[in-house]
Design a protein around this ligand. Structure first.
Ligand code: MG
Length: 313
């Protein structure tokens, strides 16, 4: 079982924090739920910053600009700077820049992703509405055409996702030289206040993977490409001194384990301690796959409010 930090004394908790110089913290489900901050969250993050830790707020959210995220953080009391904020669109654009991608991208995604691509000088097409305006057979025979300069299909959250976009993505991917990448693989975004699940990028990836018989490379958490992107402007992260805080086992905790960082599960979002117990049971019953083991966090705290209260005891 992960070590429950709520059993630590204040002194033990301070000693524990001192082990880390870099903290990568997820946002939704850890710091806030949509626009409502969790009690103790801003105090905890600000304490890390005041202690001199390098703090990154890392979200798989792709349709928010970092400038907008900064305004939100400041409104909710987090004393962070623009360079501390990482979105999956930002990571994807910088990943493409780092690998020297110099063709055009066909993008299923938001205008915010488009802006991140613009900032690193990557040409793109596809953002916005693209709907069928004739019979599908007529479309195939008369209107269907692909841009031969496209060298990648990028998939992300797209509220304008359509059958025509699916057709185009699948057909661009017939050329095996064309990259197939996705900002994130999240399945849904939960709006508990409205009892609504918003299907996320993972659902769109599945449709395109099914049609193209290819697998997308996911750039943001749980992949570790973002570590290379962060190293663009900062010294490389020392894995022994890095901590990932998150609420999702599949994204945050697997990311931390992939990167070799310590991991802390916070019980205010997607997963709870009982999910960890289920994984441990699976392992005990003989599942010793790395895939399953990577879901296990090192530490647990019910909420950042518990963390903050313990620090202030
Ligand atoms: Mg989360």
């Amino acid at each position: 079982m992960p070590v429950d930090l709520s059993n630590f004394s204040q002194k033990e908790l301070h000693e524990w924090i001192n082990k880390f110089d870099t903290i990568l913290c997820d946002c939704d489900g850890v710091l806030w739920s949509y626009n409502t901050p969790f009690p103790g969250a801003s105090e905890t993050v600000n304490t890390f910053i005041n202690l001199g830790k390098r703090v990154y707020l890392v979200t798989n959210h792709s349709h928010i600009l970092r400038e907008e995220m900064l305004a939100k953080c400041h409104k909710l009391g987090f004393n962070v700077k623009l360079e501390d904020l990482v979105t999956s669109s930002y990571v994807t654009a910088h990943y493409l820049k780092q690998i020297g991608f110099n063709k055009k991208a066909y993008v299923i995604g938001s205008k915010e992703l488009g802006k991140e691509l613009d900032e690193v000088g990557i040409e793109h097409i596809g953002i916005g509405q693209d709907n069928l305006d004739c019979d599908i057979v007529q479309y195939v025979m008369k209107k269907y055409e692909l841009d031969e300069n496209v060298g990648a299909v990028i998939v992300s959250f797209d509220a304008n996702f359509s059958y025509i976009k699916l057709c185009k993505a699948v057909n661009y991917l017939k050329d095996k030289n064309n990259l197939f990448i996705a900002t994130n693989g999240d399945r849904y975004f939960d709006f508990p206040k409205w009892n609504f699940l918003l299907p996320e990028t993972g659902c769109l990836i599945n449709a395109i993977e099914c049609g193209s018989s290819r697998l997308a490379t996911i750039i943001s958490k749980p992949s570790t490409y973002l570590c290379n992107v962060l190293a663009e402007n900062s010294p490389p992260i020392n894995p022994k001194k890095a901590l990932v805080i998150g609420d999702s086992l599949r994204t945050d905790i697997v990311f931390g384990n992939n990167a070799g960082y310590e991991t802390l599960l916070v019980g205010t979002g997607v997963n709870e301690l009982k999910d960890v117990e289920e994984i441990i049971e699976k392992i005990k019953s003989g599942d010793d796959s790395q895939e399953t083991k990577k879901l296990l966090p090192n530490f647990y705290i019910p909420s950042l409010n518990d963390f903050h209260k313990k620090l202030m005891e």
